[in-house]
Write a protein that binds this ligand. Structure first.
Ligand code: GAP
Length: 516
């Protein structure tokens, strides 16, 4: 059986081979941690964005959207704290000349204890067979306990160092745990230094005094600086939210795992403005609302977990990540943060403007608190692709690669195929396609055998294939083949639209999120 790492490699090649993701400027050998979405990738990505946008702005009458610019006045980033504190602790290995994030090296070390525990559990499962009681084993095995204790000791030391911003202690942990560079295999480390992740550029020509500006590292600040504009022009009453989808840029030190950590990526963020004192209730509510949105996709509830933060930013009073089980472990896809009134107060201070809310119920003015939900489009894309990618052995001895994508997110919803390229079948197939194309992304394919055409559509996750044969011209019926079950059904062309719509409509997903 292929290891998770091998499966992930195959997924990356699949993404390229089938037009989902290409390395950026590939003809020049690419650019580190920057990717382009191809013809199928962009459709999948747009569907993810649409699902999020509609869930935010249609299912909540008190959430509206904006589209702020990437460039912002540089004082924005001073006020938000990004100029002074948007740093990662980096460390270099003198032998390999490679640069790493010190926190990531330590987190990888902690993950080794988890892996050892899982190995013990698997060994015991094989030894005891059906009689194996996993929970009891985890609670009583001395080896599991030993590894758990070691992990917790490391975790406590690491969390304290991160909270205290103690760079010398981070280095000491790396030395004490004898963490080696995966490339050189040596422990020849430099000191740990802070590295600011913002990209900067200049606006205006040097002659008239160019201004240093930043490419936004998060979309959230575009929302904060527009809080008053939206509140006033939309006559919004607390609680209300502002949603935004857009590009963000970070000069990541360790850029790896494909589109998981990129230097240019896209975020979907929503800032929910509330009355101070109500934040922990709203934080709990948004955790539930967001996990429901993820689970409605049907990728498997066991693939998600919450991970509460040990290290809270100085302005936050609660924070959690929604993690998804990728082939390389549970990883953050979305963050939910209770950010107090930090950002609005800072912008009020730096701009000299009063940024408050007059509460008509209590007749008082105050700076609203904020709950933020922040999800990376690209990480969401990756989680969907990882869950969907399947190599299947079929009963007839053949195999197929199929993307079992949630139908509402699939790039192409239906492929219409004439059985042969003659006898009026292509014309009939195009007639069907031309009817469906106003509501669905439809492809037409007449090349190769039907079997090969099915495989091509399986590989991009198309939920339905529709075959037009000679009988179609007489009985007005077509054969519809389902991607997941591979079952074929003959139905009347009049019923085609409803059948497809029932399965692929984003509205059905939204109803699930709204009603559950
Ligand atoms: N405004 C809050 C904020 O930006 P964050 O946890 O730094 O919080 C939010 O980022 C989300 O953005 C993450 O959960 C992740 O999905 C995505 N993200 C962050 N950095 C990323 C990167 N380098 N590449 C891809 N996605 C990233």
């Amino acid at each position: 059986m292929a290891t998770q790492e091998e499966v992930f490699k195959k997924l990356v090649s699949h993404c390229k081979e089938y037009g989902f993701v290409f390395p950026s400027s590939e003809i020049y050998d690419g650019l580190g941690a920057v990717y382009d979405y191809g013809q199928n990738g962009v459709e999948l990505k747009n569907n993810i964005k649409r699902y999020w946008w509609m869930a935010m702005t249609r299912l909540h009458e008190n959430i509206v959207g904006i589209d702020a610019s990437i460039f912002m006045h540089p004082t924005t980033w001073k006020a938000s704290g990004h100029v002074d504190a948007f740093n990662d602790p980096l460390i270099d290995n003198r032998d390999s000349k490679k640069r790493y994030r010190a926190d990531v090296l330590i987190e990888d070390e902690m993950a080794k204890y988890d892996a050892k525990i899982e190995k013990e559990v698997e060994k015991a499962r094989k030894r005891f067979g059906d009689a194996f009681d996993e929970q009891k084993f985890r609670e009583t095995s001395p080896r599991v306990k030993e590894n758990l204790d070691k992990k917790e000791a490391l975790h406590a030391r690491y969390a304290k160092a991160m909270n205290d911003n103690d760079l010398a202690e981070l280095k000491q942990i790396i030395l004490d745990y004898e963490i080696v560079d995966p490339v050189s295999g040596t422990k020849n480390w430099t000191d740990v230094r802070q590295f600011n992740l913002m990209f900067s550029t200049e606006m205006g020509s040097t002659a008239d005094g160019a201004m240093k500006i930043y490419l936004r590292p998060e979309t959230a600040q575009g929302i904060f600086v527009n809080y008053l504009n939206v509140q006033k022009t939309g006559r919004m009453k607390l609680p209300f939210g502002i949603a935004q989808i857009g590009k963000a840029f970070r000069n990541e030190i360790v850029a790896r795992q494909f589109v998981f950590r990129m230097r240019e990526f896209e975020q979907m963020e929503m800032q929910f403005f509330i009355k101070p004192g109500t934040e922990l209730d709203w934080f709990a509510k948004w955790k539930q609302t967001r996990i429901k949105w993820h689970r409605a996709l049907g990728l498997g509830d066991q693939k998600y977990r919450f991970h509460d933060h040990d290290k809270l930013a100085h302005y936050a009073n609660a924070a959690t990540d929604i993690e998804f089980e990728m082939p390389f472990g549970f990883k953050e896809v979305e963050g939910i943060h209770s950010r107090t009134n930090f950002d609005l107060s800072q912008h009020a201070k730096y701009s000299g403007k009063k940024i408050e809310y007059f509460d008509p119920e209590t007749n008082e003015s105050y700076t609203p608190y904020v709950i933020e939900t922040s999800i990376g489009v690209d990480r969401m894309f990756l989680s969907v692709m990882c869950a969907a990618y399947n190599e299947e052995q079929l009963e007839n001895g053949e195999s197929r690669v199929v993307l079992n994508l949630p139908p509402a997110l699939a790039p192409v919803k239906v492929c219409v195929m004439p059985l042969v390229k003659k006898d009026g079948l292509p014309e009939k197939a195009r007639e069907i396609m031309n009817e469906l194309k106003f509501d669905f992304n439809v492809q037409y394919d007449e090349k190769d055998s039907i079997g090969k055409r099915y495989r091509r559509q399986d590989a991009i996750g198309t939920p339905f294939c529709v075959t037009v044969d000679h009988d179609t011209l007489n009985d007005n019926c077509v054969t519809v083949r389902d991607r997941d079950t591979m079952k074929q059904e003959r139905i009347s062309i009049d019923k085609l639209h409803a059948l497809i719509n029932d399965k692929v409509s984003i509205n059905n997903l939204l109803r699930k999120v709204a009603n559950d």
